[in-house]
Design a protein around this ligand. Sequence first.
Ligand code: GCO
Length: 483
Amino acid sequence: MTQTAAGTAGRDDYRDSGLQFPADFVFGSATASYQIEGAASEDGRGSSIWDTFSHTPGRVVNGDTGDVADDHYHRVEEDLDLMKSLNLDAYRFSIAWPRIQPTGRGPVNQAGLAFYSRLIDGLISRGITPVATLYHWDLPQALEDEGGWANRATAEAFGDYARIVGEAFGDRVAVWTTLNEPWCSAYLGYASGAHAPGRTEPVAALRAVHHLNLAHGLAIRALREVVTNDPQYSVTLNLHALRGEGTSGPEAVRRIDALANRCFTGPMLHGAYPADLLEDTRALTDWSFVEPGDLETIRQRIDILGINYYSTTLVRVWSGEGERASADGHKAVGASPWPGADDIEFLPQPGPYTEMGWNIEPSGLEELLTAVHAEFPDQPLMVTENGVAFDDVVSTDAGGPAVHDENRVDYLRRHITAVHRALEAGVDLRGYFVWSLMDNFEWGYGYTKRFGIVRVDYDTLERLPKDSARWYAELAATKRIPA
Ligand code: GCO
């Protein structure tokens, strides 16, 4: 996961067309429950940490909440038809734990199960493969009240929840993903406070790392016991594509690689936390919350490692002079998300930039995939998120309103070219999911950032496929990068 300083940047611009993907390569799109569903207090859904957080003044831009979001809960049939019209091979969605167990434990809310059952059946009947994520950040608030992910019992509750969902859908889901981006759950939720539950406790963040890892292992174990089809198991990580600056670059990369990447891949795929991670964080914790047997539980064979990629991260060790650079783009507002790494600088990177302020660097994706493949040669990979927020403009054409988002098409073309290059380099890569199917609630940024290939008008909730959606639909149908 560690990249060299210069990388392949500048080799060329990655703007290829006509590249052909294998016939069985999956092109899908991804969403998450809290970002699109709305219906936050309907049909017995319990409250999640994101309900609490978004309803707390000052936490989310404009005070936006997911109360209505894209109203997907009520428009699921229309959205399924939309997916079909975009020729998607697969759809990656997440299940809201508080819809299934309103307080995170105990009785099952049948109406919650019924909603996802309809969604899954609707996908299958349209020939779209269901890829279900068990946790995309909407922890039941009742579990946070007991300590949240800093608390071991949350991982155990997650195993029970996985079993319930596995019993309900374990005859139909093709790919199970335990967690989405546990890095964000742990570090943004418990260290920087930029995400729910908004805590700024570095030690709690490291405990959360471990309990999320444990939750992953417990969930796969529970699923394996109850499913009746032959699904693939996976987890999705936002592995950081790191680059080092100057002579301290390699040391800074090693430190952040341990906190960002190897703290998950270590226990999940090698069966141990990296020694240097334990050493680097020694002043904060002795990691005695890792109990005997945990590492065996966490290390489960997975069929797919999901990787989310948006941009690169440039680091060096702070010299101690002047102001410490903290241009850590990935949603890191608030306190530092990096426990024990206060001396690491996050440097501004060359543009162009997206509306999130993230640098656009397709070579980072190619390098990341190649590096992960080199470390885990037998592990099939999937890009489970990649995409871009831009300030879209609705133009009124003769044929009606349209969004001519050439910039998004360009971003997708360049990153899908990078994916193709990784494939050619021998990486065992099975698919690519664009983030996102439609504009949605972008966490701390509320509705101000539009990642969709389909526009959502937040007044009328109407869906309008952008030009990028048409481009992507052609790619999905032909498996060839359109001109
Ligand atoms: C993530 C999440 C998505 C985000 C997307 C854009 O990567 O943070 O999986 O929920 O919306 O990444 O920030």
